[in-house]
Design a protein around this ligand. Structure first.
Ligand SMILES: [Zn+2]
Length: 213
């Protein structure tokens, strides 16, 4: 008998949870999706937006990429996959909320700060989107220890992506019309806390404190 595949075992549990006649969530979802929220998160295996927020299938449209980045709007956009997902989520699905979710211990941000990837690599070109965050941290906080600089860059990268979202005119229009809101979240996987960007101050404040904190 072949060894069991834990992923197939997981799928069977998923099937029972969502396709069982008593719940049959997909009885509705098979006719279409109407997610309210778009989350832009990192590829990191520890940062799973639906798990982190207890979201069921159909509730959350998710874009994941290295370091949770949004490229600025550009006619010759070389990073069109994110722009295409934005268009689909905002113009077709008409999500009401976009969350850019960064996290502690981000390998992409570490590579950006340390310039540890070959400059002609796809990863390096991608991470260049957050170069303004890196440059700002080095300019203002060069004297701090590395862990603090990385945390600052992880959070500054979220701000870069939020500002880049505003360069898409149809997206900015919806925000002006009150049909769409933006949030910046930062998951600290060291202590389990969730931080949120306070837009007026540009600082991150605790949204959910660590257990026992
Ligand atoms: Zn990451």
């Amino acid at each position: 008998m072949p060894p069991s595949d834990p992923l197939l075992e997981g799928f069977r549990r998923f099937q029972q949870q969502y396709f069982d006649a008593s719940t049959d969530l997909f009885g509705q979802l098979r006719h279409g999706q109407h997610p309210v929220t778009l989350v832009i998160a990192c590829c990191d295996s520890r940062v799973h937006p639906a798990s982190l927020t207890g979201s069921a299938p159909g509730e959350m449209f998710v874009v994941r990429n290295v370091a949770n980045l949004v490229p600025p709007c550009s006619p010759d956009n070389q990073h069109a996959s994110v722009a295409a997902a934005l268009e689909f989520a905002v113009l077709n699905l008409q999500v009401a909320r976009i969350i850019v979710m960064g996290h502690a211990g981000c390998g992409g941000i570490r590579a950006l700060m340390q310039r540890s990837t070959p400059s002609d690599s796809a990863l390096s070109r991608w991470l260049d989107i957050a170069a303004p965050a890196r440059d700002q941290v080095w300019r203002r906080h060069a004297a701090e220890d590395e862990a603090t600089r990385l945390r600052r860059c992880e959070q500054a990268g979220i701000l870069v992506s939020l500002n880049n979202l505003l360069t898409y005119p149809w997206l900015a229009d919806r925000i002006r019309q009150g049909r769409l809101t933006l949030d910046g979240w930062y998951f600290d996987l060291n202590d389990g806390a969730l931080w949120g960007l306070d837009a007026p101050s540009g600082q991150f404040q605790p949204l959910v404190c660590p257990l026992g904190g």
